[in-house]
Design a protein around this ligand. Structure first.
Ligand code: FAD
Length: 462
């Protein structure tokens, strides 16, 4: 044995970090505040049916495969992946639906019919982003290496692309606005303006038409199940119901953590608790450490509002039906039963909200907003006999998952991404590391898994 590692938080990032450290011969104690593991990527059973709480789509299967491989797991043996033939469609009053399919030819034909002249421009755009994706994807699986690392490996060709925001990149295609909006849907659903979002979000169509977008039979919660089972097999000491109150430091060294009155000694600590909470609350920085102020100023992303539904859903209701409106955030109806026999009759209505707005209007304001969404008519088409079985507004997400100011971590803006996010190796203590969504250029499950592996490799090289 090398020593003892403590991992704080058992989200996807923490589970992967724990497993990676254990595989390096460490004694590993994983402390999770909740009674169950998985954090935002977990779910729940309501009236006998499984609901994923947060994530619903895998847009980066290669990244998740990479992380599993690094953990000695074969993803395709652990999970039954379902390719989404029609990952999503986007509706807006007064314009034709934009339908994005896995098949590029079918997508081009559909776009050409709905927006004459757009088909070949779309094909050219996908060709361009596919070439870029091949060059840039390795960056997602490495720790931030500064601007020079960014531009190595022939990536100097992408310098201009990387320096622009998503909006200019998408608009330079000359595609009509409804298609631009549909391509930027992953930022709309994060309530982020296209111009502030990082350009690499434009690479998503390369994935959708290439390797494909996926869900998991039975729900994305199966990813968590697979990781927890692997941790158990490997001998990670899993301790649910253990909220870390403090990471104990002496000078530039972490000595361990405190859970209530109890101190647990550690040679190194990897935190999957929200990045800002770790560096501002858990390590309790002194006034001479200005890090806290800089972090507190970062813009935050809200988990939004969600209503989890049971209903009879017609066969032609797509997996994801987005709705863009002029006077509010994007909404989406998720219907996993469209592709997954184990989740028939379940659905979810989701909308992002701005973090600032949610803090201002409080729980009652976001509750009222969700009530309004449930009254809207657009999502009822093809959906009958609706029963709301659970609901979540930002305050509830925050309480349930110990989020920093009810946020999913700092918003991944273009400038935050270029600066390198929060590093895995903290500068407050030489043996304190971080993983999870705030340490990676995106909040996807795959990114959090990668971040856990990379944080462990930094914590215990070789
Ligand atoms: C509504 C929604 C939709 C999403 N959709 C998608 C999607 O479609 N596709 C996708 O890939 N991703 C999606 N995501 C993002 C993804 O789910 C998250 O980014 C990811 O699960 C975060 O993992 P994490 O390890 O960073 O942290 P978390 O999941 O936040 O886990 C951190 C864990 O640490 C624990 N913790 C915190 N503080 C302490 C403490 N002091 N002591 C002990 N434990 C502590 C928490 O209880 C939690 O379990 C979505 C998220 C949401 C909310």
């Amino acid at each position: 044995m090398n020593g003892t590692s403590v991992v704080v938080g058992g989200g996807v990032g923490g589970l992967c970090a724990a497993l990676a450290l254990r595989r390096r011969g460490e004694r590993v104690i994983l402390l999770e505040a909740r009674d169950t593991f998985g954090g935002l990527a977990g779910g729940f059973v309501a009236q006998g049916r499984w609901h994923d709480g947060g994530p619903y789509i895998l847009l980066d299967l290669p990244g998740l495969r990479w992380a599993f491989e690094r953990l000695g797991l074969v993803l395709d043996e652990q999970l039954e992946l379902l390719l989404l033939e029609e990952p999503y469609r986007v509706q807006r009053e007064g314009v034709p639906d934009v339908v994005i399919r896995h098949s590029l030819d079918q997508t081009v034909d559909g776009l050409q019919a709905a927006f004459p002249g757009s088909g070949e421009a779309y094909r050219a755009f996908v060709r361009d982003v596919t070439e870029r994706y091949d060059r840039l994807a390795p960056l997602q699986r490495s720790t931030f290496a500064g601007p020079m690392g960014l531009l190595g490996g022939g990536r100097w060709r992408d310098a201009r692309f990387l320096l622009r925001g998503l909006g200019p990149v998408l608009r330079s295609t000359g595609l009509p606005e409804p298609i631009v909006d549909a391509l930027g849907i992953w930022t709309h659903i994060a309530d982020q303006p296209l111009d502030a979002a990082p350009a690499p979000m434009a690479l998503v169509p390369a994935i959708v038409h290439g390797i494909g977008a996926y869900t998991v039979r039975g729900g994305l919660g199966r990813i968590v199940d697979a990781l927890v089972a692997a941790c158990e097999r490997a001998g990670v000491e899993l301790r649910p119901g253990s909220k870390v109150d403090r990471i104990v430091r002496d000078g530039d060294a972490v000595l361990g953590v405190e859970v209530g009155e109890r101190r647990i000694a550690a040679d190194r600590v990897v935190s999957d608790a929200p990045g800002i909470s770790t560096l501002t609350e858990l390590v309790r920085p002194g006034p001479e450490e200005p890090v806290a102020e800089r972090l507190r100023a970062l813009p935050l992303q809200s988990p939004g509002v969600a209503a989890y539904l049971h209903a009879d859903i017609d066969a032609d209701v797509p997996f994801l039906r987005f709705r863009l409106v002029d006077d509010g955030p994007c909404r989406v109806l998720l219907s996993p039963g469209a592709v997954d026999d184990l989740r028939r009759g379940t659905a979810r209505l989701v909308a992002p909200v701005s973090h600032t707005w949610a803090e201002r209007v409080g729980e009652s304001g976001t509750d009222a907003f969700l009530d309004g969404l449930l009254m809207e008519r657009w999502w009822h088409s093809g959906v009958h006999g609706v029963e709301v079985v659970a609901r979540r507004v930002p305050r509830e997400w925050g309480r349930a998952f110990h989020l920093y100011r009810d946020s999913m971590n700092p918003t991944m803006t273009a400038s935050f991404m270029r600066k390198g996010r929060l590093p895995h190796r903290t500068d407050v203590a030489r043996n304190l590391f971080q993983c999870g969504s705030s340490t990676h250029p995106g909040q996807w499950v795959s990114f959090c898994a990668i971040s856990g592996v990379l944080a462990a490799e930094q914590a215990l090289p070789g």
